[in-house]
Design a protein around this ligand. Sequence first.
Ligand code: KG4
Ligand code: ZN
Length: 347
Amino acid sequence: MKILGIETSCDETAVGVVEDGRVLRSNIIASQVELHSRYGGVVPEVASRQHVRDMVPTLEESLEAACADLETIDAVSVTYGPGLAGALITGVNTAKALAYTLDVPLIGVNHLEGHLYASWLLDTPDSPAESPGFPLACLIASGGHTDLVLMEGHGLYRLLGRTRDDAAGEAFDKAARILGLGFPGGPEIQREAHGAAGDVVPALPRAWMRGTLDFSFSGVKTALLHMAQNRGVYPAGSGGLSEEDTRALVREMASAFQESVVDVMVVKLLEMAARYSARGILLGGGVAANALLREKVRSDSPLPVIIPPPVLCTDNGAMIASCAYYRLRQGEQFSMDLDIDPGLPLA
Ligand code: KG4
Ligand code: ZN
């Protein structure tokens, strides 16, 4: 069964074609990063307009890459929340038009659930479709969410922890802005941190939120801001430092920030896995592309670890199509009344 997956919840217009929930036929992503980078973040109105421009060309390119005609598509799936209202609507309306004209099932997908299903697209033995079985201890870390979720089966979720303020990706983006780096901040911080000695500036604090599986990242962001102000890195040029000294300090601070955020996520994820007797660990969302996070979870976890390749961690349409396959198999379908739900919860 060939399913088309459409994703427009934020700043990527993405369309994928997936067969039987697991076989990736195409995954085309029109990123708006350049458009938003000059503002240092996603501008909702700009995103909405760009989705309208990119939707049809991305759809056509995806079908072509999959060597598929529209007539061979068995179902159409789409993210209907959570996300930006003006962005979601382009995807939902396109999916409805396609499902109606092709007379095939329409499946609305929760974006966060989609991030989990990116792992079902792995064609390696560590795909969750082969092993290790449920329950899976999952971390969904993106620009809008940092959730610890126990996945007890297809479509069965328990939300056990969440951020009380900034999402991890949002914290990376804000930290990058403080350090004068580009947008999105995650990859920039990762790149800078790579060249750091790691012991030049003191460690940044960790908010452990003891007794809970919740997160808080606003404190470490403020601590970074104070450090950058004290060292003359923020506002840019305020410390009269040479370009070389500024670069060196930025690298060290990026590394300290990344260590702090990753450390808390890994410890809490493993704590949840142990407490709920999970059989495996699963990562999803843009922040799961982070090399330090991937490495640390793999080295510290006593359980099998499943992480999609970076291109499937960030927003894409294939993960939506994969998720839709399992929903459809459970008999779920949506009518033409399907509407966007910008605040849609996972559980
Ligand atoms: O899942 P995603 O593509 O979109 C949302 O659903 O939000 O996640 C985007 C977020 C951004 O905040 C970006 O900075 C972060 O993922 N991100 C990373 C990395 N790549 C993307 N964060 C840390 N390290 C990375 N390598
Ligand atoms: Zn996402």
